[in-house]
Design a protein around this ligand. Sequence first.
Ligand SMILES: NC(=O)C1=CN([C@@H]2O[C@H](COP(=O)(O)OP(=O)(O)OC[C@H]3O[C@@H](n4cnc5c(N)ncnc54)[C@H](O)[C@@H]3O)[C@@H](O)[C@H]2O)C=CC1
Ligand SMILES: [Mg+2]
Ligand SMILES: [Zn+2]
Length: 276
Amino acid sequence: MTPRWTTAVLDTNLSGGWAVARSPEGFLVDDNGPLFAREWLKSQALPVLAEHGIGHLDGEPVYLLELERSVELERCHWQGLRTFMLEGDHTLYKVLGYAAQIGTWAREHRFCGNCGQAMTQVPRERAMHCALCELRSYPRISPSMIVLITRGDEVLLARSPRFVPGVYSTLAGFAEPGESAEDCLIREVREEVQLEVKNIEYVGSQCWPFPHSMMLGFHAQYASGDIVPQADEIEDAQWFNVHDLPPLPASRSIARYLIDLYAARRLGLPEPVLPG
Ligand SMILES: NC(=O)C1=CN([C@@H]2O[C@H](COP(=O)(O)OP(=O)(O)OC[C@H]3O[C@@H](n4cnc5c(N)ncnc54)[C@H](O)[C@@H]3O)[C@@H](O)[C@H]2O)C=CC1
Ligand SMILES: [Mg+2]
Ligand SMILES: [Zn+2]
């Protein structure tokens, strides 16, 4: 089956296609959603910082207008990426997630980090280029480990003070330079709950464009130790029985998938599908 959405570096000098507009307040939306006829959108005198050709949706070219600030447009409002993740068409969320990552990265690489000159978009490649010192900057992706630790029928779930009240999730953390995925996982688990784990197994991954994480999902078994939650980062951490789980993260998150997958296997239920 041909995928509905494929990324590409499109020539912004060509006309036509769809466009999405993004400001610090999210994506512009009208009654038909966030996709607008590009020529119409470009005629709206928006404060465009940069335009990026980002790919094809159902065969049609899609562009991003990255705006300096949000503006009022009749019958339109602004909607954050998280809302698109939580509800609505998953393919559209993938388009917007990609657009958000490209928009953020290009915005944050307008000037060369090496010599300070203004950078320009490279034609036909997703890169920013400095003509003075030849530095090329590519989109930033931050690998993060996420792990479900289990002990028989029990799973270890924790709360960050940033979570919605009541919700518990798996442990996660960013890789540091010099670490393997496993090193990172072991360090994060020690830092956040002071436990040791064994039999680490890779399960699957997910792009998490908030703002540029690549989630690498693992399952690990409890080896030793007593839970000691990390001050400030972890508000509470507990063992929960798979028959009696607390409120869990959003269904499209890999955190939820890791929990649902383990629970399904323990309870002999059909396995969930990893949301991309
Ligand atoms: N898709 C999913 O199911 C889930 C995704 N996540 C994501 O995983 C990521 C890591 O989770 P946390 O527990 O918040 O991370 P963490 O345990 O590493 O702590 C966050 C801290 O790391 C630092 N940090 C921020 N960006 C960084 C970067 N790019 N590289 C290195 N350090 C950085 C900051 O000091 C920040 O306060 C976050 O982006 C979070 O949104 C977390 C849980 C579930
Ligand atoms: Mg963490
Ligand atoms: Zn430079």
